[in-house]
Write a protein that binds this ligand. Structure first.
Ligand code: 5GP
Ligand code: ZN
Length: 119
């Protein structure tokens, strides 16, 4: 059984409301928060309430959660008014891919022209 929460994890603590972080949007399974160091005019993180280290821990039995996360990302984009101009949803899996917080999250980026490169 994958742990549901990690007392030392910053995102678990945010999800629990320990720092009073505003949720841009939320669902039964996830919350959306503004990134503390935004890389674009809209930079929101979609974070599952449950502690999963990264996408690598998402298994087939988590397909409902995976769908919820993407649906919440799309909802955030609509709320932020960045659908017309285009936006990007991504997750960094592992340190070599740039992951720095080891609680699964999807970045929702938009509001400016995004670079064409992905690597
Ligand atoms: P990663 O590098 O793991 O893909 O993304 C982690 C993101 O979380 C970074 O963009 C970083 O700015 C953001 N971040 C780190 N700590 C906090 C925090 O305490 N609050 C918020 N809102 N964002 C954070
Ligand atoms: Zn966590």
């Amino acid at each position: 059984m994958v742990e549901q929460t990690d007392p030392d994890c910053i995102f678990c603590r945010i999800v629990r409301g320990e720092f009073g972080t505003a949720f841009v949007a939320e669902s039964d399974t996830a919350v959306a928060i503004r990134d503390i160091q935004p890389q674009a005019p809209t930079h929101v993180l979609v974070v599952p309430r449950r502690h999963l280290r990264s996408l690598d821990e998402v298994k087939s039995e988590d397909r409902q959660l995976a769908g919820d996360l993407l649906a919440l990302a799309a909802q955030v984009a609509r709320q932020e008014g960045i659908v017309e101009s285009g936006y990007r949803v991504l997750t960094n899996n592992g340190p070599d891919a740039g992951q720095t917080v080891f609680h699964l999250h999807f970045h929702v980026l938009g509001g400016r022209r995004l670079s064409g490169g992905l690597g």
